[in-house]
Design a protein around this ligand. Structure first.
Ligand SMILES: [Fe+2]
Ligand SMILES: [Fe+2]
Length: 140
C-alpha cells in the first residue's frame, strides 16, 4: 500500500501542514514493513508515536487558543489514536511483525488519514482560519 501527500490534506495552517507532511512520510514507511526487522519496526513505531504526540499537542494548543467548540471531541479522537498506537506496540512485542500486526497498522493508519486528517483536521482548520481572519479585521 502506498500513501503520499495529497492536496486534499492541506489545511492552510502551515505548522499543521508541515507536521502532517512528516506524518504522511512516516505512515508510508509504516505501511511497508515487510523488509524490516522487529527492532527497526519498533524504532519506526516509536518515532511515529513521538511525532503524533507532538502533533496532537500542537493542534490542541491551537484549538484552545481559538476556543474551538469541538475541542473535547477532537481531543478524544487524538486520545483514541494514541491508545491504538499503544495497542499496536503491545501486539508487536507479543507476536512480532506478524501479518495481523502489519494489517492492523495499515488499517489504523489509513483510517486515521482519511477520517481524521481530511475531515476533523479540515473542519477545525477552517474554523481557525475564519477566526484568524476576523481577528485580523478587528486589529486593523
Ligand atoms: Fe487532529
Ligand atoms: Fe492532525
Amino acid at each position: 500500500m502506498k500513501i503520499r501527500w495529497e492536496k486534499s490534506f492541506t489545511t492552510g495552517i502551515k505548522e499543521i501542514d508541515d507536521q502532517h507532511k512528516e506524518i504522511v512520510l512516516l505512515m508510508g514507511k509504516c505501511l511497508n514493513l515487510d523488509k524490516l526487522g522487529k527492532s527497526e519496526i519498533r524504532q519506526l513505531m516509536k518515532r511515529a508515536e513521538k511525532h503524533f504526540v507532538r502533533h496532537f499537542e500542537t493542534e490542541e494548543k491551537i484549538m484552545k487558543q481559538y476556543c474551538y467548540f469541538h475541542l473535547r471531541a477532537h481531543t478524544a479522537q487524538h486520545k483514541k489514536f494514541k491508545k491504538e498506537l499503544n495497542d499496536l506496540r503491545e501486539i508487536l512485542e507479543s507476536e512480532g511483525a506478524s501479518l495481523r500486526f502489519s494489517m492492523l497498522v495499515g488499517l489504523v493508519m489509513s483510517e486515521w488519514l482519511t477520517d481524521h486528517f481530511r475531515k476533523e483536521d479540515g473542519d477545525f482548520s477552517v474554523f481557525i482560519l475564519k477566526r484568524k481572519g476576523s481577528a485580523e479585521v478587528l486589529n486593523n
